[in-house]
Design a protein around this ligand. Sequence first.
Ligand SMILES: [Mg+2]
Length: 219
Amino acid sequence: MVDPAALSPPRLENLGLSRERPLVIVDVDEVLGLFMKGFGGFLAERGYDFRIDRFALFQNIYAAGAAEHLDLETGRALFNEFFAGHCGEIEPAPGAIEALNRLSRRAEILILSNAPPQAEQLRGAWLRKHGLSHPLILSSGPKGPITAGLVAQTPQRTAFVDDLLPNLDSVAEHAPGTATYQHVADERLRPLAPSAPERHPRIDDWAELAAAIEQAVSR
Ligand SMILES: [Mg+2]
């Protein structure tokens, strides 16, 4: 199936992005912001445990003390409630703001987040609150098709950062000229997150990551 977003991706000029500088596309959850920590706190206030013992989302939500995880429908409802009302409360990932500020001196920054549509206002406000007033696109599904549609609009070098291997592989498939980097912000997730460093350098330290991206897009 062809992703409709790939057929008509937003125009860079409509997003306020220049074609004169490199383009760096950056994820939010577990890249710029500590989603698992924020969502875990939200769940704890409602009497649920968020157990990070595998790289999963809904399968990690338990009623306090329960042996079996919550049914996926209840987990999804909590997830949607979090994004509709509380995703503006997450903490920035350590070093992320400084790193993006550094990168934005040399490159255009676009935030590409797979969050439900009801998160748009809060997520945008969260970015601005932390001084990251870059354009935001909310998307869903693998990020390769929309990324391909965006990077095809600029002759400059491009880079893409995400925590999830399927998104990184999707971008490598659909936009092979784009440099891909994996960043996993939450220290508890780092040992659990599937990686393929031979395809996508894995750099969990934001200062190091910014330096690598800067080098890749300015060659
Ligand atoms: Mg993410």
